[in-house]
Design a protein around this ligand. Structure first.
Ligand code: MN
Length: 388
């Protein structure tokens, strides 16, 4: 055995009500914060007010950028940077989109003297420029699904090129994360289902990814057990289950940080690139079972055995992990049906399977290369045709 593992440097403060600590935590990194959030139920529930009050009490000035819509574009990032003023620290209050904008803004604020053009910032998203510096980040997740509060990745979309890409580096790992499940309690059922399914994908993808290692294996399996035990009850509103999903999401972020994602996320990003209004969790739900089927059918013994273990964590009746690996596909379909998020790719997008396969192969090549079974454009097309 031979592997490299870097644990994210994030200090995690976990517990109900701990959002009150945001001011003191943020003050360690700077006295002028850009707060990135979204205009939605979170503000109505008063969480933004809680954060601003806490920052004020700690003597931290705040500028709010609240236009972080789903599938944020590079233009949104430039807007956030133009709003930032003299910010020396960036606070993300939200699910995936605000956190992606916050990370991207933290990068841009430290890397450009003037707000960058879309083209200039795209150099980072496309991988032409290395992520070398960012303002310190503090993340307060409002959903339990992205893992983004402890991982180095940001996802941005460039609408003119239909490109939705993930990029990142160590500077984009938040210094602190305040995981307060009282916030996630406010998620409506459907958001709990879709974001919880995202966490499930990060965990099962990390467990089979080529970039897997023995330490993320342990985190992924424990996370999958928590998802199996808690995701359905979390959707029904159980506070205890929402605590467990917040733990599973954090474990998933650790996994993503070193093991990465596979063809499932590559295809979901292609769907999001063509249809920015489609929630990430729905796009994942439309392809996850077919990617698992493709990997089980074409994978080597180790890949099959791993899917058998995933199925076992999901309570499937496994007698032989390798031979019974196809039960993982059934377990994925059952979870998707129980969550009420069953959907086909063709219901989500007008783009053809050919267009989606080419998009995924072009813009998400790191994820397709991380798939346990070779996933070239023609293979992605085969998966999409089944899922369409
Ligand atoms: Mn995801």
């Amino acid at each position: 055995m031979n592997f490299d593992y870097s644990h994210p440097r994030t200090d995690v403060s976990f517990g109900r009500g701990r959002r009150e600590e945001i001011g003191d935590v943020t003050a360690r990194h700077g006295d002028d914060a850009l707060v990135v959030t979204t205009r939605n139920a979170m503000q109505e529930a008063g969480f933004l007010d809680d954060v601003l009050t806490s920052l004020d009490e700690a003597g931290v000035g705040a500028t709010v950028y609240s236009d972080a819509d789903p599938n944020p574009t590079v233009a949104d990032v430039v807007d956030a940077v133009e709003t930032a003023g003299d910010a020396s620290v960036v606070v993300a209050l939200g699910g995936g989109s605000p956190t992606d904008v916050a990370k991207s803004a933290a990068l841009a604020l430290a890397s450009f003297d003037e707000p960058p053009t879309v083209e200039e910032f795209w150099g980072y998203a496309s991988g032409e420029r290395r992520v070398e510096d960012a303002l310190p980040l503090v993340a307060v997740p409002t959903t339990s699904g992205t893992g983004s509060h402890v991982d180095p990745w940001a996802v941005v979309t460039r609408a003119d090129e239909r490109a939705k890409v993930g990029f990142g580096g160590d500077p984009l790992v938040p210094r602190d994360a305040i995981v307060d499940p009282e916030i996630a309690d406010e998620m409506p059922e459907r958001l709990a289902a879709l974001t919880g399914f995202d966490a499930f994908c990060h965990l099962n993808e990390a467990y089979v990814a080529r970039g897997r290692n023995a330490l993320t294996d342990a985190q992924a399996l424990r996370g999958l057990e928590l998802v199996n035990r808690s995701l359905r009850r979390s959707v029904e509103g159980s506070a205890e289950a929402r605590d467990s999903m917040a733990v599973a999401d954090t474990l998933a972020g650790f996994c993503e940080a070193t093991s990465g994602v596979i063809a499932t996320h590559a295809l979901a990003h292609a769907i999001g690139a063509y249809e920015p209004d489609v929630a990430h969790g729905r796009a994942l739900a439309s392809v996850a079972a077919e990617v698992a089927r493709y990997n089980v059918e074409n994978g080597d013994d180790e890949t099959k055995r791993r899917y058998g273990e995933i199925a076992e964590a999901l309570d499937a009746p496994i007698a032989d992990r390798k031979l019974d690996a196809p039960l993982a596909v059934d377990a994925f379909e059952e979870l998707i049906a129980d969550l009420g998020i069953d959907v086909s790719v063709g219901e989500l997008v007008e783009a053809s399977p050919e267009e989606l396969a080419e998009n995924a192969a072009t813009y998400m090549d790191a994820a397709t290369a991380n798939n346990p079974v070779e996933a070239e454009e023609e293979d992605l097309l085969e998966i999409l045709e089944e899922a369409y």
